[in-house]
Design a protein around this ligand. Structure first.
Ligand code: FES
Length: 89
């Protein structure tokens, strides 16, 4: 079981390990557009638990760069592997 927390509104969602985070992020208010890792609309700041997210997609690396990917992720591209992750948007 994994927990995704939203720092900006103090919401918390329990997810099965390996669940894509897109749907719960959208329900929490993260904006989406392309849903394919192209536009950057869904970028969220990862405040804690970066290591508990799936490895970055090539689209995320291309858009965010090697430094940016250490702090931010595209919510349409990643899954939560396990444990706790805190994001801000
Ligand atoms: S919605 Fe376009 S990059 Fe995620």
């Amino acid at each position: 079981m994994a927990i995704l927390r939203f720092e900006n509104n103090n919401e918390e969602v329990s997810l099965e390990d390996g669940t894509p985070i897109a749907q719960c992020c959208e329900e929490a208010g993260v904006p989406f557009a392309c849903t394919e890792g192209i536009c950057g609309t869904c970028i969220v700041e990862v405040v804690a638990g970066h290591e508990n997210l799936s490895p970055p997609s090539q689209q995320e690396i291309d858009f965010l760069g090697e430094e940016g990917i250490k702090k931010e992720r595209m919510a349409c591209q990643c899954s939560i592997k396990c444990g706790n992750v805190k994001i801000n948007f």
